[in-house]
Write a protein that binds this ligand. Structure first.
Ligand SMILES: *[C@@H]1O[C@H](CO)[C@@H](O)[C@H](O)[C@H]1NC(C)=O
Ligand SMILES: *[C@@H]1O[C@H](CO)[C@@H](O)[C@H](O)[C@H]1NC(C)=O
Ligand SMILES: *[C@@H]1O[C@H](CO)[C@@H](O)[C@H](O)[C@H]1NC(C)=O
Ligand SMILES: *[C@@H]1O[C@H](CO)[C@@H](O)[C@H](O)[C@H]1NC(C)=O
Ligand SMILES: *[C@@H]1O[C@H](CO)[C@@H](O)[C@H](O)[C@H]1NC(C)=O
Ligand SMILES: *[C@@H]1O[C@H](CO)[C@@H](O)[C@H](O)[C@H]1NC(C)=O
Length: 372
């Protein structure tokens, strides 16, 4: 059934960040004392800690990808009937007082026969035509359904297409642990099923989505490849304390860092230098699935089913793509717009050279500089 090593827990060092304000942070010692073992029983997949070999540059990643990623413009949402609620969601939904280890959402008596748990199919303008994302939302969850739909939309489609079932759960379903206040999430690695707790920000969604991608060929995870392990062995640092956990978390945090860099004209996040983690950064950047036109191509119909993208769970885009959905990239040297580069966008709306397209060329250029 749920072999514990399939589970994976991310404890975030962020507490209810407000977009307009600096994000309040929980001191690292607080995070470490935070335990969910009674309920979730998550266990790290068995991979050794990287802490002896790689120093952490930061205690946590100090940015929010959310505002840099565009919201969905045209979302189609369908509520599933009570009978259609996935059994996987019901498995984490229990009566009040249940001592089940898997209680993540509680059917409270106040609900008067209306389930706290609802399930939804969502299609975005760039993906989900035949395989919508399915989201189970617990009525007690701090994150509203609308917010969850928005955050999932902001996960670049090249990663989002690997995400399986999504569950949005409250921080503290049994109401018995007031210290249970750190938004967090975990991914069931084999199915790409992601459980969010509390108001988990877009960084967390990207982090978990990259686990789904990493393990999309479950018998051959990318983070277990010799290429990734050699990159780790050749470097002296990583991004942050969480990345030090093991090569899987390191891969996810490096993915978040790469997405930041791609969206910010290849500027690394504040406080991070690439040189001591150059091999890891180059590895993730070299993945075909992480090429900007794959990540941000505005469609999940990427035609790469024979390659690395094999294992994507959503591959059909709606017939009409929204070409106006662009990714905000901090512009570089304006002269780079004059560079003629082969058209690489694959979003099916080739006529429109959006801001993103030329920005992709700029990234390519800047990478040459950074590589020197
Ligand atoms: C850390 O480095 C040592 C020595 O090079 C190596 O034997 C070990 O496998 C490394 N650990 C990890 C987790 O990579
Ligand atoms: C929104 O999406 C629906 C279904 O995918 C489509 O039929 C409709 O034309 C779209 N509307 C716009 C304005 O793009
Ligand atoms: C449940 O029923 C009671 C009594 O009819 C009512 O006061 C309460 O608002 C209802 N709660 C919900 C969630 O509908
Ligand atoms: C998954 O990885 C294994 C081992 O590398 C490989 O043999 C297999 O072809 C891969 N499966 C897919 C669907 O790519
Ligand atoms: C990682 O690769 C090794 C061989 O290099 C293999 O023995 C091990 O089972 C793999 N682990 C996972 C989780 O795939
Ligand atoms: C391209 O998209 C922009 C919005 O990003 C829009 O204003 C413009 O009209 C579009 N151009 C074409 C040729 O469709």
């Amino acid at each position: 059934m749920f072999a514990p090593y399939f589970f994976f827990l991310l404890i975030l060092a962020y507490l209810y960040p407000a977009e307009a304000h600096p994000r309040p942070r929980i001191p690292p010692n607080k995070v470490k004392t935070h335990s969910h073992s009674r309920r979730l029983q998550p266990a790290e997949i068995s991979a050794p800690s990287l802490a002896p070999n790689l120093t952490a540059q930061l205690s946590s990643l100090p940015f929010d990808l959310g505002p840099s990623l565009p919201p969905a413009r045209n979302t189609s949402l369908t509520q599933l009937s009570r009978e259609e609620i996935p059994s996987r969601c019901l498995a984490f939904f229990n009566a009040p007082g249940s001592t089940s280890a898997t209680t993540e959402c509680v059917d409270t008596p106040e609900a008067n026969g209306t389930l706290q748990l609802t399930a939804w199919d969502v299609t975005y303008e760039d993906c989900g035509a035949l395989q919508p994302w399915r989201i189970c939302h617990c009525g007690q969850a701090e994150m509203s359904l609308d917010t969850a739909i928005d955050r999932l939309a902001r996960v670049p489609v090249g990663l989002r297409r690997f995400v399986g079932l999504v569950m949005v759960q409250p921080l503290n379903p049994l109401g018995d642990d007031p210290s249970d206040n750190t938004p967090r999430a975990y991914t069931e690695l084999e199915s790409g099923e992601i459980h969010f707790f509390g108001d988990a920000q877009v960084d967390t969604w990207v982090h978990e989505s990259s686990h789904a991608f990493d393990f999309s060929n479950y018998s051959s995870p990318i983070s277990n490849s010799t290429g990734w392990q050699s990159a780790i062995a050749a470097d002296t640092c990583t991004t942050d304390t969480y990345a030090q956990s093991n090569r899987i978390e390191d891969f996810a945090q490096m993915t978040v860092t790469l997405v930041y860099a791609l969206l910010h004209s290849n500027h690394t996040p504040p406080g991070l230098t690439v040189s001591c983690m150059q091999n890891q950064f180059d590895f993730v950047q070299g993945l075909a699935a992480y090429a900007p036109e794959m990540l941000f191509g505005n469609t999940c119909d990427l035609g790469d089913e024979d390659g690395e993208g094999n294992g994507a769970r959503h591959t059909e885009a709606p017939a009409t793509l929204d070409a106006t959905r662009t990714f905000s990239i901090v512009p570089l040297d304006p002269s780079s717009t004059a560079i003629k580069t082969e058209e690489r966008a694959r979003n099916g709306e080739r006529g429109n050279q959006s801001r993103f397209s030329w920005a992709m060329y700029s990234i390519g250029l800047l990478l040459l500089y950074v590589g020197n």
